[in-house]
Write a protein that binds this ligand. Structure first.
Ligand SMILES: O=C(O)c1cc(=O)[nH]c(=O)n1[C@@H]1O[C@H](COP(=O)(O)O)[C@@H](O)[C@H]1O
Length: 308
């Protein structure tokens, strides 16, 4: 799957991911009202609204981008109907040939991680039959529990030709509280990055490992260090747009080959119509605003990479 991701990045010339993080307050009134007429102001109504909203954005952008990243919490908040909308979104994006990164941030003791890995990336055995649960292409993993909490995910990826992005240095303001703590003179995120590179060594695609890392766009200096520490690791870089990351901050997340990183923007794309820069589109044309925001993001990153 890492090979497909790279192939699609090359084809689109767009090392970006559209984050499908639908919140009801980003969803235009006309979509919400239609869903509520059909299902009432219920969890089912909310799930229908987020699904229709996502479909509009995917239809308007899929030809420009290699991948999407649905964040499962945004669906889970609507219970079972929300999870059904998550699955519908995953399947629809795959039918558009997009690579789907399931942002699930899981990680537990080995046996529990194995169940998460099977449910999201693999096949579960039921009697004599096997079924795929959510069937994303990649999943995000929290490595706090150490190797035995991560290994079950790696095993399933190997078997199923899937991939991971493991949290190394997160984009949020408090990420330094633990991640920057010095251990034997080096910050914890460097230890984790080194471990991710080690796990990745035995799990290579053609050019990069299918065991990737997450490093926030909001910490470009740390990204520079981590890029060097993990040369064959693909880096998912969230924090662009709504969290303040800009194209110019991102150049050092990429290798000299112009590859090695994929930048996520969620609110900056899906709620573009609410921004002044895209106000001309209006609420009804929210998906066109998202397309324009994708084009702007691609140009911003491309411009930064050309000028480095
Ligand atoms: O794993 C992630 O994707 C992630 C890691 C991280 O360090 N920071 C981070 O923002 N994310 C996710 O990336 C998305 C960022 O959303 P926006 O800030 O709206 O672009 C959300 O889905 C976050 O959960």
């Amino acid at each position: 799957m890492i090979n497909k991701l790279i192939e699609k990045i090359r084809k689109t010339n767009a090392p970006i991911v559209v984050g499908l993080d639908p919140m009801l307050n980003y969803i235009p009134k006309h979509i919400q009202e239609k869903a509520f007429v059909e299902f009432g102001e219920t969890l089912e109504g909310a799930a229908e609204a987020i699904w229709q909203f996502n479909k509009g954005i995917v239809d308007a952008t899929y030809d420009l981008i290699p991948a999407v990243k649905p964040q499962i919490a945004m669906y889970e908040q609507f219970g079972i109907p929300g999870l059904q909308a998550y699955k519908k979104t995953v399947d629809y994006c795959k039918s558009k040939d997009l690579v789907v990164i399931g942002d699930i941030k899981r990680g537990d003791i080995g046996s529990t991680s194995a169940a998460y890995a099977v449910g999201h990336l693999g096949h579960v055995q039921v009697g004599s039959k096997k079924y795929a649960g959510f069937d994303e292409d990649f999943a995000t993993v929290n490595p706090y529990l150490g190797s035995d909490g991560v290994k079950p995910f790696i095993d399933v990826c190997k078997e199923e030709n899937k991939g991971l992005f493991i949290l190394v240095k997160t984009s949020n303001p408090s990420s330094g509280e633990f991640q920057d703590r010095l251990i034997d003179g080096r910050p914890l995120y460097e230890w984790v990055g080194e471990k991710v590179a080690e796990w990745g060594k035995d799990h290579m695609g053609k050019e990069y490992s299918y065991i990737g890392a997450v490093v926030g766009a909001t910490y470009p200096e740390m990204g520079k260090v981590l890029r060097k520490l993990m040369p064959k690791t693909f880096i998912l870089v969230p924090g662009y747009g709504a969290q303040g990351g800009k194209g110019a901050d991102l150049v050092h997340f990429f290798n000299e080959d112009g590859l090695g990183a994929i930048v996520n923007s969620s609110r900056g794309i899906i709620a573009a119509y609410k921004q002044e820069a895209y106000a001309e589109f209006g609420e009804l044309n929210y998906a066109d605003a998202s397309r324009k925001a994708v084009e702007t993001m691609i140009a911003d990153i491309d411009g930064a990479l050309q000028n480095r």
